[in-house]
Each structure stands twice: as C-alpha cells, then as structure tokens.
Design a protein around this ligand. Structure first.
Ligand code: ZN
Length: 130
C-alpha cells in the first residue's frame, strides 16, 4: 500500500503516473491521498500537493483533455521532486487500535501524541509505527 512507502518510493509512484492511461483515475486518487498525508507532516509539500490534487481532479471524463493530462504529469513531477528531497524517510503514523484496524493517522512528528478520538478504549496508549 502507498501508506508504507518512503518519500523516495512515493516519488517513484508519482513518476510512473505518466505511464497510466489518462482515464485511470483510481490510481491518481490513491497517490493523491497518500501524498496528502505527507503534506500534513512536511509543509513544503503543501503547495505542490495541492497543485497535483487540483490537476488530477480535472481528469474526470467530462473535463479531461490532453492539456489536463499534461498538467497531471507536470504537477506529479514537481511533487515527486519535493518528496525526493526528503530522502529515505517514512511517515510516522499512529498504530493505536480503532474499530476498523489501526488508526494510521499521520503524526506531526515521530513520537507526537495522536489527537484522534477513534481509538478503542479511553486510556489506550498511543504506539507509533515507523
Ligand atoms: Zn491515532
């Protein structure tokens, strides 16, 4: 899953976006969601992430053109470049149990407390996976 990728690996996934067919909106959506988590942790990714997100949101059948597809590729490359600068790091996510598995919320930094209200039990210890 994209959740488990390092910054460099996620950058590779973004670089491979150009090999997709333009009508493949599912993978774009997953990459968008994965990179959104990174922009919560690393503010320098916010702008390129939003640009990619807006470009891919125009890839629906009725709004899609050759130009919107080129914008997806261009913004994906810019976001990939920003991710590569972070290097071989993983995003810290909360591993506390919830009703549907583990929380997975992106943490502001390694060891930071999770503010989610979805954890099971009132005094469950927040455990960080890296
Ligand atoms: Zn949590």
């Amino acid at each position: 899953m994209y959740d488990e990728l390092t910054a460099v690996e996620l950058a590779e996934a973004l670089t491979r976006v150009r090999q997709l067919a333009p009508e493949m909106t599912g993978p774009l959506s997953m990459v968008d969601e994965a990179t959104l988590g990174w922009s919560l942790r690393y503010p320098q990714l916010t702008q390129p992430q939003q640009a990619f997100s807006q470009a891919r949101s125009r890839q629906w059948p009725r709004t899609r053109t050759e130009q919107t597809w080129q914008e997806v590729i261009t913004t994906a490359d810019a976001l990939a470049a920003a991710l590569r600068e972070l290097g071989d790091v993983r995003l810290a996510r909360c591993a506390a149990p919830t009703g549907w598995g583990s929380c997975r919320r992106v943490l502001a930094e390694q060891g930071a407390p999770c503010t989610s209200q979805e954890h099971l039990g009132s005094d469950s210890q927040t455990v960080v996976s890296s």
